[in-house]
Design a protein around this ligand. Sequence first.
Ligand code: NAP
Length: 286
Amino acid sequence: MTAQLIDGNALSKQLRTQVAARAQALQAKGITPGLAVVLVGDNPASQVYVRNKVKACEDAGLHSVLEKYEASMTEADLLARVEALNNDARIHGILVQLPLPAHIDAQKVIEAISPAKDVDGFHIASAGALMTGMKGFWPCTPYGCMKMLESIGYDLKGKHAVVIGRSNIVGKPMALMLLQKDATVTICHSRTPDLKALTLQADVIVAAVGKRQVLTADMVKPSAVVLDVGMNRNDEGKLCGDVDFDGVKEVASYITPVPGGVGPMTITMLLVNTLEAAETSATKAL
Ligand code: NAP
């Protein structure tokens, strides 16, 4: 069997059209949703990510501000900038691009962002809200994965989901979101002794490791749904995921490609979160 693709570009296009329409409705009330993206240093990958985020905002009719600082910026100065953005009424979402230079405590900076503007969903208040099932911003990558499952009408109730990876930004929030939809969730990591024994039981597998070929066809139950979060380079320097796409697509029922899968959905959910932050602030202003 050959799996059906879950096309992150096509789904993103649909969702971004909806964001643009909602942004226009807000604009009619005099509010333009605004995102501030803060980049410290000159990490080349980060520069590409922030450029893509800013462009996506502009394309959807959102206001965006890109603040770029030298790698030598002090932690105190960065915290002061975050505080200024917290108090800026034109800014509804604040994103500090990670990684930050080593002399800056990234967690301290994240905690300085107002939870109402934490559109990346990394603040401890957002993590706590997800943990307890309360309203709050969901981290964009796992949120995008949930939208992909929703797009194929997949009912997670009673299904076994295996998440490979336990980072705070992907693996753990992914597991909580799946749990919230009544899946039975297993979280695997580098110390999991027999990954294959667990993935073979899974109806849904999310690979979020950052290593090529972590998931191969022999590790996948026929008709499982496979979401590939990984972003790696193959021997030819081309972008690839954690999943052996060519092999696994012969076993799975649905699969996300890399590129064109989870990646574009991450930016899309950032736009959704920013829009929702603006909508909430507009309601409060009434
Ligand atoms: P991370 O913080 O490095 O976490 C990787 C996780 O994988 C860790 O929990 C680690 O276990 C686990 N792991 C490592 N080797 C393993 C193995 N052989 N078997 C099972 N688990 C293993 O990475 P991350 O930030 O979560 O990102 C994961 C991947 O997603 C990266 O490729 C990243 O570039 C990509 N990503 C993509 C997007 C997107 O928009 N598409 C967004 C974010 C991240 P331990 O905890 O035991 O070390």
